[in-house]
Design a protein around this ligand. Structure first.
Ligand code: DGY
Length: 331
């Protein structure tokens, strides 16, 4: 960094040791060793004092908070791919740059999506729990016991064909699924050919024709409850839904209703509308074997978290070197 004064960097959560060590070397870093989520008053104090705020998806960086930032706050370098927890417009109004950590979570999140795509129809958690929770109860193999649904040969409908959606499609194709997708715009013909993918301009029509729906679009005002009660009702009774994107893209109450009434066969959810609260009705459905629930661990790998930290550091250094940070998010 050309700037001799080390920027004051306030990090809201505990980060991997290697990342924190590097942050300490480079910046005047205020860490969160206990990993206790910061309260809103603590964040207010931070934006009044720090040059850089490093939040994660668990922080609410809304307009009310950003309005209170002191003139020294120059950069919000989020330790996240998604930026739905930050009011990017409010930051732009205050002249604060926002960055994120794209690309490095893509493959890990796609792996976890695939894990749920396999786990729900093949009853993976239900089977494992029989051995874990009721030792001795398993009487052996039976031709008619614990039957799930075949995955091979089915149609997957991917909502959001960005980096993660495309990575899910590659995996799904290798598992013998045919690829269908809905996106704001059609992907390039080379990718479409490689994936032998069918584009659906109409989400409604795609939902009615696929066996597994994978939600891979960002959470924005336009995607809030994209899978509404009306749209969920279009899905086939033998179909499944998997969400590793954001909880609010699905109307969770409507999903619960559909699952309870058997209007769709099952769901795999890594994200929830009111995280970290999980609707007890979903937990009940999980205990009945209809859903698999994960605690937002789609991107949770050691390598991925270190890569995210590296990206945050590069974004901060580039900014204070007087250049445009590589992962700047535009309002
Ligand atoms: C992100 O960074 O957006 C992820 O959801 C965290 O796993």
């Amino acid at each position: 960094m050309t700037n001799r004064k080390r920027p004051k960097v306030y990090i809201t959560r505990k980060l991997p040791d290697a990342v924190e060590t590097r942050m300490r070397e480079l910046f005047e870093a205020e860490l969160n060793i206990d990993d206790k989520p910061r309260t809103q008053p603590e964040l207010v104090a931070a934006v009044k004092a720090a040059d850089v705020l490093v939040p994660t998806v668990t922080d609410r960086i809304d307009a009310a908070l950003i309005e209170q930032a002191g003139p020294q706050l120059k950069l919000i370098a989020s330790f996240s791919n998604g930026i739905d927890h930050i009011d990017v417009d409010a930051a732009a109004r205050k002249g604060i740059t926002v960055t994120n950590t794209p690309n490095v979570l893509t493959e890990d999140t796609a792996d976890m999506t695939m894990a749920l795509i396999l786990a729900v129809p093949r009853r993976l958690v239900e089977g494992a729990r029989i051995l874990m929770d009721k030792p001795g109860e398993w009487t052996g193999w039976s031709p008619t016991w614990m039957l799930g649904r075949r995955i091979w040969g089915k149609r997957i409908g991917i909502i959001g064909m960005g980096r993660i959606g495309t990575a899910v499609a590659r995996r799904a194709k290798a598992f013998g699924l045919s690829i269908h997708y809905h996106n704001r715009k059609r992907v390039n013909p080379v990718t479409e050919d490689e994936l032998e993918a069918t584009y659906w301009d109409s989400l409604d029509q795609m939902l009615a024709r696929v066996d597994i729906v994978s939600v891979n679009c960002p959470s924005t005002p336009a995607t809030f409850h994209l899978l509404s009660a009306r749209r969920l009702a279009l899905m086939q009774p033998n179909s499944y839904i998997v969400n590793t994107a954001r909880g609010d893209i699905i109307d969770e109450d409507a999903l619960i209703q559909c699952l309870r009434e058997g209007r769709i066969a099952g769901a795999g959810l890594d994200v929830f509308e009111k995280e970290p609260a999980v609707n007890p009705k979903l937990v009940k459905l999980a205990n009945e074997g209809k859903v698999v629930l994960l605690p937002h661990t789609g991107s949770a790998t050691i390598e991925g978290r270190i890569d995210m930290g590296d990206k945050v550091i590069i974004n901060i250094r580039t900014y204070f070197d007087g250049h445009r940070p590589p992962n700047r998010v535009l309002p």
